[in-house]
Design a protein around this ligand. Structure first.
Ligand SMILES: Cc1cc2nc3c(=O)[nH]c(=O)nc-3n(C[C@H](O)[C@H](O)[C@H](O)COP(=O)(O)OP(=O)(O)OC[C@H]3O[C@@H](n4cnc5c(N)ncnc54)[C@H](O)[C@@H]3O)c2cc1C
Length: 445
């Protein structure tokens, strides 16, 4: 099919999210004067996820300035991100916002937020930076089709005639976009020299399919960062109870995680569960989210010895009145004592050997049947996306088509909660933007 003429741009970024903005700004700042850069966003709102992120506060990045340490928070992408983070880590992100008048603060757990505690501060900053970098933005324009000019022999004539018309500017891609009115009469055509796909997570977004139109392969999308549904008497009366540190394992698997654990109305949540869900995203999906979770409520403690000591020293006290574990909320302790088949009024001296063993099991390896998952409302991401072996991680350039780039969650990279997913968006956006600018410079010399 011959190519139709369309609006021509030096660089088009598909997706007006964190990664797309960062790339467009960087490209606009570094590219030769007069370069034309366009963001196409299918929805009517820009930076929609930034707005709702972190409960409306936007957890911009994480206070971890060592590249290698930082990568340990990415179940997908860990090794591939070491190089990119060396050149654009959390420190550079913090400095970038600082240079534009946005100060970030660190919370106790390392998450970093704007000092205003308002995601609008980040949105305003990105919009202003895009304006200063002369980036043009169009909303309500969803790209539905991309063709690579090189890949279509029948297009060569029209490519040449287009080049003549455009002077030196190269046409490498042709995009068809719709205004979302469901009417092909409103389709617009764009052409460009450099193209960045930054369409976000691949689970629901058809955006990622654009990459497959250009020969790329997607790792199948499955949810990451979810909470676990458990119907169990031990938990049903104690929602809201948390422990600061629990060790979780999945029966019949190497999966494990450690951290704060929260009992909810529907099961278990908290950082330890979210971490487990991220590292186990694929494996747990394959098990259809039906598995046995083993909880150690008191990791690194010799529970049996502590129970024995309490029996010796506090024989006359009841188990209900005297728990040897101040780190367990009283209601959780009572629930586990009952689950071990022990009456609340039993004294420590009355505790039988089998009861003690049952209590040790409840405290340090309690089995819970997981029957499903719920999405974490504060932050959820997709595991899956464009295969990293098809991307040059130094430049975010496609290994299939050198004028094509990727950034953000559309790639097969995702992090645990804590600001890591935005850090990937800023970092990959930065590298893609830089390289697009450099190569625009090279072609325009
Ligand atoms: C509720 C929630 C809270 C979160 N909170 C945090 C947090 O606090 N910290 C953190 O690090 N991460 C957080 N995340 C994850 C983070 O938001 C994402 O990882 C990040 O937004 C990815 O950036 P992106 O630019 O790759 O994709 P997105 O932000 O998803 O942007 C992609 C954009 O592309 C557009 N698009 C898609 N297809 C097309 C198309 N065909 N044509 C044109 N445009 C298209 C989409 O409309 C979208 O605007 C949160 C996620 C959710 C859902």
């Amino acid at each position: 099919m011959p190519f139709l003429m369309g609006e021509h741009w030096d660089c088009i970024v598909i997706g007006g999210g964190a990664a797309g903005f960062f790339a467009a700004i960087e490209c606009g700042q570094q590219a030769p004067a007069g370069s034309s850069i366009l963001i196409l966003e299918k929805s009517s709102k820009l930076l929609g996820k930034v707005k709702i992120s972190g409960g409306g506060r936007c957890n911009v990045t994480h206070h971890c300035y060592q590249a290698k340490e930082l990568t340990k928070n990415y179940p997908r992408g860990e090794k591939s991100l070491i190089g990119p983070f060396h050149r654009w880590g959390a420190e550079q992100t913090v400095q970038w916002f600082e240079d534009r008048g946005v100060s970030l603060k660190v919370e106790k757990d390392g998450r970093m937020f704007p000092i205003t505690d308002d995601s609008n501060t980040i949105i305003k900053c990105l919009l202003e930076a895009a304006r200063s970098a002369n980036v043009t933005i169009r909303t309500s324009v969803g790209v539905s089709r991309i063709q690579s000019v090189e890949e279509t022999p029948s297009s060569v004539d029209s490519k040449n005639s287009r080049e003549e018309e455009e002077g030196d500017s190269q046409v490498n891609f042709r995009l068809t976009a719709s205004s979302g009115r469901g009417d092909s009469a409103n389709d617009s055509v764009f052409t460009c020299q450099k193209l960045l796909i930054a369409t976000g997570g691949t689970r629901l977004a058809a955006g990622a399919k654009l990459a497959t139109q250009l020969g790329h392969t997607l790792a199948p999308a499955v949810p990451s960062l979810f909470t676990m549904n458990i119907e169990d008497e031990r938990l049903s009366d104690i929602p809201g109870i948390s422990v600061e540190r629990a060790l979780l394992r999945v029966k019949g698997s190497k999966l494990r995680s450690e951290g704060p654990l929260l009992v909810t109305h529907w099961g278990l949540s908290g950082p330890a569960i979210l971490k487990l869900s991220a590292w186990g995203a694929r494996e747990l999906h394959e098990r259809d989210y039906q598995f046995e979770l083993i909880v150690n409520w008191l990791p690194n403690q010799d529970v049996a010895t502590q129970l024995e000591n309490t029996r010796t020293n506090w024989g006359k006290r009841t188990l209900q009145a005297h728990s040897p574990f101040p780190e367990l909320a009283k209601r959780l302790w009572t629930s586990l004592v009952l689950a071990a088949g022990i009456e609340e009024q039993t004294t420590w001296a009355q505790l039988t050997k089998p009861q003690t063993q049952a209590l040790v099991r409840e405290l340090s390896e309690a089995h819970f049947p997981v029957t499903g998952k719920s999405l974490n409302k504060d932050e959820f991401v997709t595991c899956g996306g464009v295969l990293l072996k098809e991307i040059q991680m130094k430049t975010m350039q496609s290994k299939i088509l050198p004028d094509l780039y990727f950034a953000g969650e559309v790639m097969d990279i995702d992090g645990i909660t804590g600001g890591f997913n935005f850090q990937n968006a800023w970092c990959s956006g930065y590298h893609a933007g830089q390289h697009m600018a450099l190569s625009l410079m090279a072609t325009n010399i």
